[in-house]
Design a protein around this ligand. Structure first.
Ligand SMILES: [Zn+2]
Length: 184
Protein backbone atom coordinates (compact mmCIF):
# COMPACT_ATOMS: atom_id res chain seq x y z
CA UNK A 1 0.00 0.00 0.00
CA UNK A 2 1.20 3.46 -0.84
CA UNK A 3 2.08 5.58 2.16
CA UNK A 4 0.41 8.94 2.14
CA UNK A 5 -0.31 11.59 4.75
CA UNK A 6 -3.88 12.46 5.67
CA UNK A 7 -3.32 15.99 4.47
CA UNK A 8 -2.16 14.83 1.06
CA UNK A 9 -5.00 12.29 0.80
CA UNK A 10 -7.48 15.02 1.61
CA UNK A 11 -5.94 17.21 -1.08
CA UNK A 12 -6.35 14.41 -3.61
CA UNK A 13 -9.93 13.83 -2.55
CA UNK A 14 -9.27 10.24 -1.40
CA UNK A 15 -11.68 8.51 0.94
CA UNK A 16 -9.00 6.38 2.60
CA UNK A 17 -5.32 6.75 3.30
CA UNK A 18 -2.46 4.69 4.66
CA UNK A 19 0.28 6.16 6.80
CA UNK A 20 2.08 2.88 7.57
CA UNK A 21 1.70 3.56 11.28
CA UNK A 22 -0.52 1.53 13.59
CA UNK A 23 -3.60 2.87 15.34
CA UNK A 24 -3.68 2.86 19.14
CA UNK A 25 -5.07 -0.66 19.04
CA UNK A 26 -2.22 -1.92 16.94
CA UNK A 27 -3.93 -2.19 13.55
CA UNK A 28 -1.66 -1.37 10.66
CA UNK A 29 -4.26 -0.65 8.02
CA UNK A 30 -5.92 2.12 6.07
CA UNK A 31 -7.84 4.87 7.76
CA UNK A 32 -10.89 6.73 6.60
CA UNK A 33 -10.26 10.32 5.71
CA UNK A 34 -12.08 11.19 8.95
CA UNK A 35 -9.06 9.70 10.76
CA UNK A 36 -10.81 6.55 11.96
CA UNK A 37 -9.01 3.23 11.69
CA UNK A 38 -10.94 0.93 9.35
CA UNK A 39 -10.44 -2.21 11.45
CA UNK A 40 -11.44 -0.43 14.64
CA UNK A 41 -14.63 0.90 13.05
CA UNK A 42 -15.43 -2.51 11.59
CA UNK A 43 -15.09 -4.10 14.99
CA UNK A 44 -17.18 -1.44 16.65
CA UNK A 45 -19.93 -1.75 14.06
CA UNK A 46 -19.99 -5.52 14.45
CA UNK A 47 -20.16 -5.32 18.23
CA UNK A 48 -22.95 -2.81 18.08
CA UNK A 49 -24.92 -4.87 15.59
CA UNK A 50 -24.54 -8.00 17.72
CA UNK A 51 -25.68 -6.11 20.77
CA UNK A 52 -28.85 -4.90 19.07
CA UNK A 53 -29.63 -8.27 17.53
CA UNK A 54 -29.12 -9.94 20.89
CA UNK A 55 -31.29 -7.44 22.67
CA UNK A 56 -34.06 -7.77 20.13
CA UNK A 57 -33.96 -11.56 20.15
CA UNK A 58 -34.09 -11.73 23.91
CA UNK A 59 -36.93 -9.22 24.14
CA UNK A 60 -38.87 -9.76 20.92
CA UNK A 61 -42.16 -10.66 22.57
CA UNK A 62 -41.84 -7.93 25.11
CA UNK A 63 -41.05 -5.30 22.47
CA UNK A 64 -43.94 -6.40 20.25
CA UNK A 65 -46.37 -6.45 23.18
CA UNK A 66 -45.22 -3.03 24.30
CA UNK A 67 -45.69 -1.51 20.85
CA UNK A 68 -49.10 -3.12 20.47
CA UNK A 69 -50.41 -1.90 23.82
CA UNK A 70 -48.99 1.52 23.29
CA UNK A 71 -50.69 1.82 19.95
CA UNK A 72 -54.01 0.56 21.31
CA UNK A 73 -54.14 2.43 24.58
CA UNK A 74 -52.53 5.69 23.67
CA UNK A 75 -54.64 7.70 21.22
CA UNK A 76 -51.94 10.36 21.00
CA UNK A 77 -49.43 7.80 19.87
CA UNK A 78 -51.84 6.53 17.27
CA UNK A 79 -52.65 10.02 16.11
CA UNK A 80 -49.03 10.96 15.99
CA UNK A 81 -48.43 8.50 13.25
CA UNK A 82 -51.72 9.15 11.52
CA UNK A 83 -52.04 10.56 8.05
CA UNK A 84 -53.67 13.70 9.30
CA UNK A 85 -50.84 14.48 11.62
CA UNK A 86 -48.29 13.96 8.88
CA UNK A 87 -50.12 16.29 6.55
CA UNK A 88 -50.37 18.96 9.19
CA UNK A 89 -46.74 18.65 10.23
CA UNK A 90 -44.70 18.02 7.09
CA UNK A 91 -41.42 19.29 8.57
CA UNK A 92 -41.74 17.29 11.79
CA UNK A 93 -42.73 14.31 9.73
CA UNK A 94 -39.68 14.67 7.49
CA UNK A 95 -37.44 15.01 10.54
CA UNK A 96 -39.02 11.97 12.13
CA UNK A 97 -38.81 9.90 8.98
CA UNK A 98 -35.12 10.77 8.70
CA UNK A 99 -34.57 9.90 12.33
CA UNK A 100 -36.41 6.63 11.93
CA UNK A 101 -34.40 5.77 8.86
CA UNK A 102 -31.16 6.60 10.58
CA UNK A 103 -32.22 4.67 13.66
CA UNK A 104 -32.90 1.69 11.46
CA UNK A 105 -29.37 2.00 10.17
CA UNK A 106 -28.30 2.62 13.77
CA UNK A 107 -26.90 6.00 12.82
CA UNK A 108 -28.59 8.15 15.44
CA UNK A 109 -26.06 8.33 18.27
CA UNK A 110 -27.43 7.60 21.73
CA UNK A 111 -25.63 10.67 23.06
CA UNK A 112 -27.76 12.99 20.93
CA UNK A 113 -29.44 15.51 23.22
CA UNK A 114 -33.07 16.53 23.08
CA UNK A 115 -31.86 20.00 22.22
CA UNK A 116 -29.94 18.75 19.22
CA UNK A 117 -32.92 16.71 18.08
CA UNK A 118 -35.00 19.88 18.24
CA UNK A 119 -32.42 21.78 16.25
CA UNK A 120 -32.49 19.04 13.64
CA UNK A 121 -36.24 19.47 13.43
CA UNK A 122 -35.73 23.20 12.95
CA UNK A 123 -33.50 22.41 10.00
CA UNK A 124 -36.31 20.43 8.40
CA UNK A 125 -38.70 23.30 9.07
CA UNK A 126 -36.27 25.68 7.43
CA UNK A 127 -36.06 23.54 4.32
CA UNK A 128 -39.88 23.51 4.10
CA UNK A 129 -39.89 27.26 4.53
CA UNK A 130 -37.36 27.72 1.73
CA UNK A 131 -39.38 25.39 -0.46
CA UNK A 132 -42.42 27.60 0.00
CA UNK A 133 -40.45 30.82 -0.31
CA UNK A 134 -38.72 29.97 -3.57
CA UNK A 135 -41.35 27.67 -4.98
CA UNK A 136 -38.72 25.02 -5.60
CA UNK A 137 -37.86 22.01 -3.52
CA UNK A 138 -35.22 22.07 -0.82
CA UNK A 139 -34.36 19.10 1.31
CA UNK A 140 -32.20 18.17 4.25
CA UNK A 141 -29.24 16.10 3.21
CA UNK A 142 -26.71 13.98 5.10
CA UNK A 143 -23.30 15.40 4.19
CA UNK A 144 -21.72 12.01 4.79
CA UNK A 145 -24.38 9.50 3.70
CA UNK A 146 -25.83 7.36 6.48
CA UNK A 147 -24.49 4.37 4.64
CA UNK A 148 -22.26 4.86 1.64
CA UNK A 149 -21.01 2.21 -0.72
CA UNK A 150 -17.53 2.26 -2.20
CA UNK A 151 -16.45 1.30 -5.72
CA UNK A 152 -16.46 -2.41 -4.79
CA UNK A 153 -20.03 -2.21 -3.59
CA UNK A 154 -18.87 -2.64 -0.01
CA UNK A 155 -20.26 -0.43 2.71
CA UNK A 156 -17.70 2.16 3.55
CA UNK A 157 -18.52 5.61 4.82
CA UNK A 158 -21.22 5.77 7.43
CA UNK A 159 -22.28 9.23 8.53
CA UNK A 160 -24.30 10.01 11.62
CA UNK A 161 -27.73 11.56 11.99
CA UNK A 162 -26.43 14.62 13.79
CA UNK A 163 -26.72 18.35 13.27
CA UNK A 164 -23.13 18.60 12.05
CA UNK A 165 -23.79 16.06 9.34
CA UNK A 166 -26.89 17.77 7.99
CA UNK A 167 -27.26 20.48 5.39
CA UNK A 168 -30.06 21.97 3.37
CA UNK A 169 -29.74 21.35 -0.34
CA UNK A 170 -31.77 22.38 -3.31
CA UNK A 171 -33.70 19.49 -4.88
CA UNK A 172 -31.94 17.43 -7.56
CA UNK A 173 -33.96 18.83 -10.42
CA UNK A 174 -32.86 22.37 -9.82
CA UNK A 175 -29.48 21.67 -8.37
CA UNK A 176 -27.56 22.84 -11.43
CA UNK A 177 -29.32 26.13 -11.44
CA UNK A 178 -28.71 26.67 -7.75
CA UNK A 179 -25.38 24.94 -7.62
CA UNK A 180 -23.89 26.92 -4.79
CA UNK A 181 -26.96 27.14 -2.64
CA UNK A 182 -25.99 25.27 0.48
CA UNK A 183 -27.22 26.27 3.91
CA UNK A 184 -26.00 24.87 7.18
ZN1 LIG B 1 -7.51 0.21 14.78
Amino acid sequence: MKIISRKEAKKQGLKRYFTGKSCKHGHICEKYISGHCIECLDKRNKNRKEYFINYYEKNTEHIKEYEKTRYKTNPEYKKEWGKEWRQEHPAENAAKTAKRRSAKLQRTPIWLTKDELNQIQVLYKRSMFLTKLYGTSFHVDHIIPLCGVDENGKESVCGLHTLLNLQILIGTKNREKWNKFIIN
